[in-house]
Design a protein around this ligand. Structure first.
Ligand code: KG4
Ligand code: ZN
Length: 357
């Protein structure tokens, strides 16, 4: 089953062709991020205009690299939300146009379900359920306990900012460009992660939720109390230590809740990290250490390529495949456990905050 995926929820224009949810035949991503580097975020109108301009060339390249024609595609999957309205429209209108030209089925995919499916891309050994997935990006931070691709429980979510947002806003305070996650990670190399102390949010509380706003405020006060402002810029070596310490604190909070979740879900076979923040090497290293200590048999997975951590269309095509399978397995579904919630429906019920809101 070959699915053409389209993703345009933020500033990327991405099209991919994926076979059976796993084999990536092509994955093309054009981004207008560079336009927003000097700002603290994306300007929606500008992002959508850039997407209108590059959608057709990106689509053309994705189909060509897959060595197919549009008529060899079995279905079209497109991100239906959440995201920036104008940007989403560029993707969904393109998908509808392709549907009417080819007559192939159209599958609407929740953006987060796309991220949750990204750890299947290019795998050779299939992940085993039940598993815990931390999905952390610029728009959401969720912890899922999943019994299958589309069934699971939203065990925890952020109460305020998303983890990626905390990276982005922290970077802006440190005078680093947007997007802040990769910039903080780069700046942190060689810095001392213990130079500045930050609190561990929700420590000791019986919750799997996240909260990042306190850490963000704490960074602001740390900079202020050290005497730095617009007139007194942060010296390079101090900025390195601040970036390393702040990154360490954000990752420690992400890992701390996963560690606690494993106590509540002892049958967990694997832990997955997805979304833009899963590209962070400090996060992966910290999590690997904690899992090794908890239980060496636990498998840790992140998307195979960094390009599958941040927004991409291959993950949307993969999720589209799992949704399509579900439809075709309704008879089997009747026997499935009633204990868990249908993931796709839960995702649609919760209104995830999107960047810029
Ligand atoms: O998943 P994504 O591409 O878009 C959304 O759905 O939001 O995630 C983008 C977010 C941004 O906030 C960015 O700063 C963060 O992911 N990010 C990172 C890294 N790479 C991207 N955060 C920490 N470390 C990274 N290496
Ligand atoms: Zn995303």
């Amino acid at each position: 089953m070959r699915i053409l995926g389209i993703e345009t929820s933020c500033d990327e224009t991405a099209v991919a062709v994926v076979e059976n949810g796993v084999t990536v035949r092509s994955s093309i991503i054009a981004s207008s991020k560079a336009t927003f580097e000097a700002l603290a975020g994306v300007i929606p109108e500008q992002a959508a205009r850039a997407q209108v301009e590059c959608m057709i060339p990106v689509l053309h390249q994705a189909v060509q690299e897959a060595k197919l024609t549009l008529f060899d595609i079995d279905a079209i999957a497109v991100t239906k939300g959440p995201g920036l309205l104008g940007s989403l429209l560029v993707g969904t209108v393109t998908a509808r146009m392709l549907q009417s030209i080819t007559g192939k089925p159209l599958i609407g995919v929740h953006h987060t379900l796309g991220h949750l499916s990204s750890t299947w891309l290019e795998v050779t050994d299939e992940p085993q359920f039940p598993l815990l997935t931390l999905s952390a990006s610029g728009g959401h931070t969720d912890l899922w306990y999943r019994e299958s691709h589309l069934r699971g429980i939203l065990a925890g979510r952020t109460r305020d900012d998303a983890a990626g947002e905390a990276f982005d806003k922290g970077a802006s305070m440190l005078g680093l460009p947007y997007p802040g996650g990769p910039e903080i990670a780069k700046e942190a190399v060689g810095g001392n992660p213990l130079a500045f102390a930050f609190p561990l949010p929700l420590r000791g509380e019986e919750t799997l939720d996240y909260s990042f706003s306190g850490l963000k405020t704490s960074l602001r006060y740390t900079i202020r109390d050290a005497g730095y402002d617009l007139d007194t810029p942060i010296p390079a070596s101090v900025r390195k230590d601040l970036a390393a310490s702040y990154q360490h604190a954000l990752c420690a909070h992400l890992v701390d809740r996963i560690s606690y979740a494993l106590e509540g879900f002892p049958d967990t076979q694997e832990v997955h990290v997805v979304g833009g923040v899963s590209a962070n090497t400090e996060l992966r290293a910290m999590l690997a250490l904690v899992l090794e200590k908890k239980s060496p048999s636990l498998i840790l997975r992140a998307p195979k390529k960094l390009a599958y951590c941040t927004d991409n269309a291959a993950m949307i095509a993969a999720a589209g495949y799992f949704l399509w399978l579900e439809q075709h397995e309704k008879a089997y579904e009747a026997f499935a456990t009633q204990a868990s919630l249908p993931l796709a429906e839960t995702l649609m019920q919760i209104s995830l905050r999107t960047r810029g809101e």
